[in-house]
Every structure is written in structure tokens, then in C-alpha cells.
Write a protein that binds this ligand. Structure first.
Ligand code: P5A
Length: 440
């Protein structure tokens, strides 16, 4: 991407409507553009980051044995009448009438639809266990959409749905998803604490929210101080062995943590008083075990090994994919702009030509640009250096390759690491090797 021809608009002014830093930076760096309250268009930089986040989510769902499908955004009201949620969901659901006066809705979640699809094919115990997921836009007509993509009305969610023969199977599926979530957030450079949570309109009696501790978070949370000293980056959450699964599960849920609604339980009493912490957090994921709530209501049964009908046990598992962009920026920024983790940065490197028109500088920039296909933005604009530095810091490329006439004459690139501010003067091939080390 050559900046002189790219659509990568940045704003100098801080937009007045944005109250939290991630929202301000997403607008200023040109990631998103609001089109209605709580509804956003994704601009090139934002879309690239959103895709990288989605891809990590996808890889970890696949690794955990879930299979990707894609269900539509528009659903028929009948499905929700079958489950009994059509009236319960209230004003948050965007209801639509088509030209034949049929009641439709823009899906806020897909428990009903996936149960209905699965029901058409699953006949016997051999068809279970299964876990189906999709990454699809949802609509919830939130009363107070705010903080940009954090609480949008239209937002991107990964939602997975598990079907098991019995309670033990459902718990295994739940634990496998929990570990997949730990890996997913870890790969994005986030520390997400699993906290016991209320199940709300999804229902059921076992549920965890995944919380990124942040002062700007919307959820009030209670947790054992032990969570603060755990070294998440060193933990390995990868196993398909059920024994390991239970061990890992005990590890991640070993310390007590809960959302506002749930902390007032006997377990909180067990946390020593000097270890009790109250804080705020961003909910980036939420998992539920709800048994036969939907399978029963919607008539899903399969034949067990002896032929008797069995109503499958279900769970659902959500990740706020678009919200994650906000959470990642809340967790990684400074006064100059975004500091992306390598794994989700929209581009790995910004190449800053300090003197376009200088033959040596132009040639070195072109060489570096050609060597990083798809991962570099080349700032070839006839702008002053200060403006280029400011934009590069704002957009937050993990690497900046700064090239001016003096260095270029010696074949040297000044490499700046955005996260640490560290600067290195390196010959082109060594600079390239450094950048490539951090590419996924
Ligand atoms: C689980 C998957 C569900 O909907 N059904 C399918 C279950 N859970 S949830 O907690 O209601 O949502 C899952 C995650 O979606 C994100 N999220 C939002 N993101 C942005 N704007 C919103 N208005 C919004 N609402 C929910 C959260 O990350 C949540 O954990």
C-alpha cells in the first residue's frame, strides 16, 4: 500500500463524541466511521485488523474441533416463537416485516436457528458430539450504544453451539471451549480472566465471562488478587486429552473471579479479605451451558445406543470479535496512538521516506516495500517528516522503517519498534530479518 494512493484517512482533531481512548483512536487512525448510532463502517485499516482477529478466533475454534458454518443475519420469527424467546427479547430485537407481511428479525444470536438446522440432520447418538460455529454480524438495539465498537448495535460475533448426549459430554465441550478461549486471547496479547457470570436471556446455570481488566470497562468485577500475578503468556492451553482438559480447567478457574451479579456467593467468602479486588473490565467473551433449554423446546431428539430418544445437552459460546478491537486498543496504546500486538496489527511495517525524490532514499524504500508484500504501508507522500512520524505512531505499525538520504546513501535503515521505542540502525537485509521474525 502506497500512502500517496491509499485510502487511509487519519484525523488530527480528537472527535468530541468519543469518551474512551480506544474509540478516539479508532476514529483518529481511520479504522471505523460511524454511519448511525452504534453502527460503523469498517475502513481499510480497521477491516484488516478485524480480519486478523477473526482469523485467530477461527483457527482456535477449528483446533478445538468446532466446524465453521455461516448462518444468515435475517431470521424468521417462528423459530423464536418455538423457543419462547420472541416476546422475552423485547425491544433489543430488531423486528422486520417482509413484503408478504411475514415477521422476520435481524438475529441478535443464533441458538434457535442452529438447533433447527441441526435437528434436520442429527438422528442418532453417532451424530453427536458436534460443535458448529459462525462469525456473523448481529444486531441488538441497545438503549445506550456507546464507546464505539465496544457497545455497538451492529457488531461481529463468533458464536459456537455444542450438542452432546449427556451432561458429562456437555461439560467436556464447555471446558474445551474455555481453553480455546484462553489460547485465542493469549495469541492476541490479552489477559482475559474467566469469571463466573449470570446467564441473562441466553439461560442455563453455568456460565463464564472472559474479562479484560480495564478502568474503562463496563462490567464491575470481583476477583482474587492472584490473577494479577499469573504469567499468562507462559501458559499452554492446548490439549484434547480429557484428563488434561480438567487439569487446565481447574487451573484457569482455580482463583475466584465473578461479575457483579454473581460475586455475592459462598465462594467469594473463601477469598482471603486481603486478596479481594474489585475492578472494572471489558467482556470479550461469554460461554454458557444451558442443557436442554432449546433442544427440548424445539423438538431436537436423537436415538440413543439402545434406541430410546435422547434430548441433546447444549451450550453456546460467544466472542465479541468487533469489541475485541476496542479491547486490544484499550490494552495497547500511549499518548501518540495505537500499539498493536504483532498478531493483529493491520500492517507489520510503516516505511517512512523522509525525502521522496531523493534517488537513494526512494530506491531503498522501494526495495524494502517489495520485500514485505501485503505487510507494509509505504509513506511516499510529499509531507514533512513530522507528519509522517505522527501518523505512523497513531496507526501503530509494530515496526517503522525510517529512511532518509543520509542513511540511504550508506544502505542503512533506522528501525523503530513502536511498543518499546527502541531504535536500531541496520542494513536492509538485517532490518528485513527483524521484521519477518514477528510476522505470523
Ligand atoms: C453466546 C454465543 C450470546 O449471545 N449466544 C451465542 C450467546 N452471548 S452474549 O454474551 O450475549 O454475547 C457474546 C459476546 O458478544 C459481545 N457483545 C457485543 N459486542 C459489541 N456490542 C454489543 N452490543 C455486544 N453485545 C454482546 C460480547 O463480547 C459478548 O461477550
Amino acid at each position: 500500500m502506497r500512502l500517496s494512493r491509499a485510502f487511509l484517512p487519519t484525523l488530527k482533531e480528537t472527535p468530541a463524541e468519543a469518551q474512551i481512548v480506544s474509540h478516539r483512536l479508532m476514529l483518529r487512525a481511520g479504522l471505523i466511521r460511524q454511519t448511525s448510532a452504534g453502527i460503523y463502517a469498517w475502513l481499510p485499516l480497521g477491516l484488516r485488523a478485524l480480519r486478523k482477529v477473526s482469523e485467530i478466533v477461527r483457527q482456535e475454534q477449528d483446533r478445538a474441533g468446532a466446524q465453521e458454518i455461516l448462518m444468515p443475519t435475517i431470521q424468521p420469527a417462528e423459530l423464536w416463537k418455538e423457543s419462547g424467546r420472541y416476546d422475552d427479547y423485547g425491544k433489543e430485537m430488531l423486528r422486520i416485516t417482509d413484503r408478504h407481511d411475514r415477521e422476520m428479525l435481524y438475529g441478535p444470536t443464533n441458538e434457535e436457528m442452529v438447533t433447527d438446522i441441526f435437528k434436520s440432520y442429527a438422528k442418532s447418538y453417532r451424530d453427536l458430539p458436534r460443535n458448529l460455529y459462525h462469525i456473523q454480524w448481529k444486531f441488538r438495539d441497545e438503549i445506550r450504544p456507546r464507546f464505539g465498537v465496544m457497545r455497538g448495535r451492529e457488531f461481529l460475533m463468533k458464536d459456537a453451539y455444542s450438542f452432546d448426549m449427556d451432561y458429562e459430554g456437555a461439560v467436556r465441550s464447555y471446558r474445551a471451549m474455555m481453553l480455546a478461549y484462553m489460547r485465542t486471547f493469549q495469541r492476541m496479547g490479552l489477559r482475559a480472566v474467566p469469571m463466573r457470570a449470570d446467564t441473562g436471556p441466553i439461560g442455563g446455570n453455568l456460565s463464564h465471562e472472559f474479562i479484560i481488566l480495564a478502568p474503562t470497562g463496563e462490567s464491575t468485577v470481583f476477583y482474587d488478587a492472584g490473577f494479577e500475578s499469573m504469567d499468562w503468556s507462559q501458559m499452554e492451553f492446548d490439549s484434547s486429552d480429557p484428563a488434561d482438559l480438567n487439569k487446565f480447567y481447574d487451573l484457569v478457574t482455580g482463583l475466584y473471579a465473578a461479575t457483579d451479579e454473581m460475586h455475592d456467593t459462598a465462594a467469594w467468602e473463601k477469598v482471603p479479605e486481603n486478596s479481594r479486588r474489585e475492578g472494572r473490565g471489558i467482556e470479550v467473551g461469554h460461554i454458557f451451558y444451558f442443557g436442554t433449554k432449546y433442544s427440548k423446546a424445539m423438538g431436537l431428539t436423537v436415538a440413543g445406543p439402545d434406541g430410546t430418544p435422547v434430548v441433546p445437552e447444549m451450550g453456546s459460546y460467544g466472542i465479541g470479535v468487533s469489541r475485541l478491537l476496542g479491547a486490544i486498543i484499550e490494552a495497547g496504546h500511549d499518548e501518540n496512538g495505537i500499539i498493536w500486538p504483532d498478531a493483529v496489527a493491520p500492517f507489520a511495517c510503516g516505511i517512512l521516506n523522509l525525502k521522496p525524490g531523493d534517488a537513494a532514499a526512494d530506491a531503498l524504500c522501494e526495495q524494502l516495500y517489495a520485500a514485505l508484500p501485503g505487510e507494509a504501508v509505504y509513506d511516499d507522500r510529499p509531507e514533512r517528516a513530522g507528519a509522517k512520524f505522527a501518523d505512523a505512531d497513531l496507526i501503530g505499525y509494530p515496526w517503522q522503517a525510517i529512511i532518509g538520504p543520509r542513511g540511504a546513501a550508506k544502505g542503512v535503515v533506522e528501525l523503530k519498534r513502536r511498543a518499546t521505542g527502541e531504535r536500531l540502525e541496520l542494513p536492509l537485509d538485517e532490518a528485513l530479518a527483524k521484521i519477518r521474525e514477528t510476522l505470523a
